[in-house]
Design a protein around this ligand. Structure first.
Ligand code: GLA
Length: 393
């Protein structure tokens, strides 16, 4: 934690709010190894928390006001707990978990809050989940609610989907709240069962290459995919291919694809084919990791990328190139876009010994085509959100 600007945050907190914070928490961003666009279909995902986190300091107030500032944005805001209202900016992600806590019947005091983040914004590492989970955890601690990390995740997800209004799945807040160092989390997004899967941390590195194309989920493509999945499910149910009570594409396995070919228009068939094959890839990837078979794991990443590009159609020329460059580099087992797509970043599974050379090949090749050098991160797989030692003040 030594490099984390916690002291700076606490100093600013005291200056801004006129007293020291009572609690401090951290919540990390996440990267998804495999299982993309499956969470809102009640399927399987395999994310991990990364060592880029958001820090939230808080102190309870005697009234119902909330005051918050963000160090990075150089911005501050005030709102009333009894009049939470969407504004269309970052403050919505602060209000959202408070909205969800109140909805669950928790009595919250007003709060003074300060936020600082090392999760790059709109980069595909889910800065929004880190903020939502961080605020949920800070509010919990400041109000003495005694919640568990899984509650922070649920509260952040409920807030993001019902207050901010983004129809996303549970993956990001679950990864941020429940991550475990050197492990990925296999999350069954239907049962919400979470299993930690060890990564061969000594042998491999995860490189994250930013496409430099920013994206926001609220933009149309994501909602469109969610709607397409739901439309495909309607057709599958009406044709008797999905069970009558089915609530998600999770209910369809690879065996259903031939029958679906007869009833779905080609675009919807491609969407379903991605979801169905991607669920299978998550378990195959876990098996490959368990056997230490990195070649098989890499092949699954490449297959996942092809499916996201050709069937789910969420890639871009930048993401395609980053993956091609990675896959062509010696020591790289496989690459794929990670997160929603349309920008954000790619993930590359590489031998530890080759990681610098692979990063250089990707950066140089990308610069040659797009005229800018991406700054490639080596992600360390971190623990999920938690309280930091109480501030001294
Ligand atoms: C975004 C959403 C997640 C998930 C991914 C795609 O990151 O926030 O819930 O749907 O896209 O896998």
């Amino acid at each position: 934690m030594s490099s984390h600007p916690r002291e700076e945050l606490e100093r600013r907190f005291e200056r801004r709010h006129g007293g020291p914070p009572r609690v401090a928490v951290r919540a990390p961003g996440r990267v998804n190894l495999i299982g993309e666009h499956t969470d809102y279909n009640e399927g399987l995902v395999l994310p991990c928390a990364v060592d880029r986190d958001t820090l939230v300091c808080a102190a309870p107030r005697a009234d119902r006001r909330c005051r918050v500032f963000s160090l990075e944005l150089g911005a501050e805001a005030e709102f009333d707990l009894d009049a939470l209202a969407r504004r269309g900016d970052w403050v919505d992600y602060v209000q959202a978990p408070l909205f969800a806590l109140a909805e669950r019947g928790h009595a919250l005091p007003g709060l003074d809050l300060g936020v600082t983040s090392r999760v790059p914004l709109e980069s595909g590492l889910s800065s929004s989940a880190a903020l939502g989970v961080g605020v949920a955890a800070a509010a919990d601690r400041a109000a003495g609610l005694g919640l568990e990390p899984v509650d922070w995740a649920r509260v952040a997800h409920r807030g993001e989907s019902h207050f901010v209004g983004v129809g996303c799945g549970i993956m990001d807040p679950f990864a941020s709240a429940l991550g475990r160092a050197d492990h990925a989390l296999r999350i069954d997004c239907r049962s919400q069962e979470v299993r930690a899967v060890p990564l061969a941390a000594a042998a491999v590195r995860l490189l994250i290459a930013p496409s430099g194309v920013r994206r926001q989920l609220a933009q149309g493509g994501y909602r469109e995919r969610v709607a397409e999945c739901s439309a495909a499910l309607d057709v599958a149910r009406a044709a008797g291919i999905a069970p009558p009570g089915s609530s998600a594409l999770r209910d369809l396995g690879p065996g259903a694809l031939p029958a679906l070919e007869r009833v779905l228009e080609p675009r919807l068939l491609r969407r379903v084919r991605h979801v169905v094959s991607e669920n299978a890839r998550v378990d195959a990837f876990c098996e490959a990791l368990a056997k230490g078979d990195l070649a098989a794991a890499g092949a699954l990443l490449r297959a996942g990328m092809a499916s996201l590009r050709d069937d789910y159609e969420v890639s871009t020329p930048e993401l395609d190139l980053l993956c091609e460059l990675g896959d062509a580099a010696p020591g790289c087992h496989g690459s794929r876009l990670t997160g929603a797509g349309w920008g954000g970043c790619t993930l590359h599974l590489v031998d530890a010994a080759a990681s610098e050379a692979v990063a250089e090949r990707i950066a140089a090749g990308f610069a040659e085509r797009f005229g800018r050098r991406p700054e490639i991160l080596t992600a360390r797989i971190a623990d999920g959100a938690g309280a930091l030692a109480d501030p001294a003040g």
